[in-house]
Write a protein that binds this ligand. Structure first.
Ligand SMILES: [Zn+2]
Ligand SMILES: [Zn+2]
Length: 155
């Protein structure tokens, strides 16, 4: 399957090795992409593990996984990266509604591995739902009904 982070690579050539702890992320962007994929695949443990240890307090693997399961992740765009930050825009659905979130995320290295610290939410808005024959919000250029319509609960 194609990697959910929309890198264009297959999952086993992209985020899977990170999810399986076979390699560590070499940049904040790579960690961020792998966390996005982990949301798409509901990998609560990976999401938990990639938070900075100080931020893990108050989080649980179950809660992270539950929210991931309640959402369907459709699109990721990386807007800007620096040595320790990533600004991205992501599109997802929850309970049949379409949302877009833009976040400026901060990362730091802990024991030699990149970890997510926190982020500022720049935009978080509900988008109008496309109709069956309109373009899918994942960016594929296919019609919604022929693409993510069913799996995202938009139909
Ligand atoms: Zn990936
Ligand atoms: Zn689609």
């Amino acid at each position: 399957m194609k990697c959910p982070c929309q890198s264009g690579y297959s999952y086993d050539n992209c985020c899977q090795a990170l999810h399986l702890d076979q390699v560590i992320a070499n940049s904040p962007e790579q960690l961020m992409r792998s966390r996005y994929s982990a949301y798409a695949l509901s990998l609560g443990q990976y999401l938990y593990n990639t938070y900075h240890s100080e931020k893990q307090t108050g989080l649980t693997v179950d809660e992270l996984e539950q929210w991931a399961r309640a959402t369907t992740w459709l699109k990721l765009e990386i807007n800007q990266t620096t040595e320790s930050t990533v600004t991205f825009t992501a599109t997802y659905t929850e309970a049949g509604q379409l949302y877009q979130i833009q976040e400026h995320s901060r990362f730091t290295q802990e024991h030699g591995a990149w970890r997510y610290v926190d982020g500022d939410i720049l935009v978080h808005q509900q988008l109008p739902k496309p109709k069956r024959n309109e373009k899918c919000p994942c960016g594929s250029l296919k019609k919604l009904k022929q693409c993510c319509g069913v799996r995202s609960n938009l139909l």
